[in-house]
Structure formats: structure tokens, C-alpha cells
Ligand binder design. Sequence first.
Ligand SMILES: [Zn+2]
Length: 442
Amino acid sequence: MSPGGSAADWWGLLVSGGDVWACVLELNTWRRARQDRPLASYQELCRELAASGAGCFGELDTVGARSVLRRYSDAWFAAAQRRRSGDQRARFPRRRRALMPLRWYHGTFTLTGRRLRIPVARGRPPLWVRLNRDLPYPPEQVRSVTLVYDAGRLWVDVTAEIPVTAYPAGHEPDPGRTAGVDLGIIHPYAVAGPGGQGLLVSGRAIRAEHRMHLADTKARARAVARRAPKPGQRGSRRWRHYRRRQRLVEARHRRRVRQAQHEAAKTVIAWAVDRRIGTLAVGDPRSVLSLDAGRRHNQRTRDWRIGHLITVLKDKAEAAGIGLTLVDERGTSSTCPACHSRIPKPPGRVLTCPACQFTGHRDLTAAASIAARHGGGITPVIPAGVTHRRAGAHLPGVSSSRRDPRRRAHYRGARGSPGRHRPIPASPTRLARESLATWRGA
Ligand SMILES: [Zn+2]
């Protein structure tokens, strides 16, 4: 949600947040130089902030400043935890930032309609901000607001506490009814439920969005490569314009994919609620994702955003009163559910067992196997019971009415585009050209 209101005030607050962050970094640099223990716990940092006195960070109030300390503390302990568990690449926070996100908790801000009141340092007039759309939650459910600057826009990030859905008697999810969920790229979610029922959410639009974005980014980079500043040089105005534009495009791409994944997860939950499914067994493929699979496939798995797919499904399941468990999915898409023999990965979507002639949809069969692993005795999905849905119906290019402006025209000779086949205009044109040449030469 992007706020209206005076940009200079917002900007000043976020810059002050960046100053707090820089102070903490500097403090710990000194302490390290003196071979002292770094200050990382939230309480210690708050004490240090109180000692430095009020009003030393511009308009920023104590609550906002403390949210920066909380962020530092969380990042520090997360890095320490990862280093203890043997990950030597984990780094403690040490980069300065010009702008820092700020958070205010329930009771410190006021929300009335589209107006948000942010507390500022004592003696300054409070900051009122107009939001450009309505909150999706009642104001009393909002637990915190966070001010973020991302790619040319100021955002208010809202956290709300949502009660678990209440169902009329006889319609609540039944924990005994299990559905298996297979996560994929072509189908972000393939779900197999009891009674041969299945759901396929198509992710082709999301994949197209990733591909278009990659092609677009590459083309941009090629076009401006010769303008790139040398090390130590300040970029030209055109270069900085390019960098800004690229940041905006990246942010828009991320928003589009995130939105599409949220919609896909919502579809799954709505489908599960309709069928009174109380447990979702989700196959977790993350154990094999760290393996290097070549640059193209690595790009695919990075674009997949599997962690986000699992998180959004988990959150929505929780809100709907559905349990979710992660199951190791290894081998589920390559094992026959009927005779348990190993099946080579088919190139398409149809899985056929060479041993027992079993045939079924590859992702739905995997989903059924995942459910079986969790103890849900699910027979493979029958084609008649499959519901098809699409993720990312809002993405550009999903229909002919919304052409993706990044897509190149299908004109003859366009690179990478075969275009429509047209026979080459034969001799008349060539003759005409020749005669023209002769006429000119004469
Ligand atoms: Zn078989």
C-alpha cells in the first residue's frame, strides 16, 4: 500500500532509520577494535539508545528507532545461529543503508479509514498519512505497520491478526480427510484428495512472466553495457536512469509473481474447504534444490520460489483451520503408485508405468503418492474429478486482449520468432528492383 502525504517527511524518517542502523554498526566496529564483545541483544541496544538521549535522530521517535535495533538484533542472531551450525558464508550485518524500514506496533499508531497517524519525536507535529486504498482488514485487527521504501515507492506494510474461519456445523474441515499436494513449476500446486478428486493449478503464466522478465533484463543490459561506469566513476545520467528503471521493473516483476502465487494458494484452500479436507500433506522438494543442475535448471528452480509457495499455503491453511504437514517427496514423481516400480521421468505430463500399464497425470499421481506417505490412503485421481485453475490470470500476455509489451513483434525476420509463414514474393518485385536500377544507372 503506497502512502500519500508529504514525501519529504517520510523520507526524513527513513533516513533517520538508516542513521540509527549506521550508529549500531559503528558502535560494534569500535567494540571489535577494542576486542570487546559486540552489542547485539535488543535490550542492550535499547539501553544504548536511551543513553544517547532523545531527539538525536531527527524526527524519529523511540518506537521507530527501536524497530531498527530489533532488526539489527534479529539479523545478528540469525547469522550467529547459521555460523554455529557450520555455515561459514553467513555474515553479520555490516552494510550501511541510506533508508531503513521502520515499524510501529499496536497502540503507537492510529488508523482511521485511510488515514494513518505515525508518532514522531516529542515536540514535533505528528505525521498523518493518506493511504491510497482501503485496508483489507478491520483496523482493530492490525498489529503493526511498517514503512518501507522499495523501487521508487513508499509502502505501508500491514500485519494483522486474523481469526481462524468459523464454519457452520457439518461444514468444518475434517482432520481425517487428507489431500496430497505436489509442488511444481508447470503446476505450482497439484492436489489429490479423497474420492479420485484432484486440482491442477496451472503456472504457465508465471513461467512466461519469468521468461519475459529474463529476456527483457538481458536485452536492457546488452543495450547499456557500453555506458557502464568504470570502477570509481560516477555513472552517467543515462546510466542512472537505466538503473532506476531496472529497479522498478524488478519490483513490478516480484509483485506480479508474488500476487499470482498468493492467488494460486487461495484456489487450493478454497478447493480444500469445499471438500472438507482437514489435512494437507505437502511434498517438500527443498532437500534436492541445493544441487547444481546446470545454469538453465538452476535459474528455473530459483524462479520457482518454493519457500514462498509453501509459506503462503501454510498461512492460508492456518487461517482456514486446515492442518499442513511437510512430507519428504523424494521419488514420488518417479514411482508407480500401483506396483511401486521406478518409472523414468516422462517428457510430458502423462505418466505411464512400463511394468503394469498404469497411466495417470504425472503431478496428480505424485500428489496421491505424497498423501499415501502421510497415511491418507488415496487412490490416484480419476480424470473426471480434476478441477483446472490458472494462476496469474492478471499477468500481461495471458490472453490476446492483454498483449505483453515486452514480447517482440511477430514480424518477419524478428529474432527468435518464426512469425507467420508467408511465401516469398517472387519475381515481379525483383524484376521491378532490377528495372529501377537499370533506369537509375542509365
Ligand atoms: Zn506400475
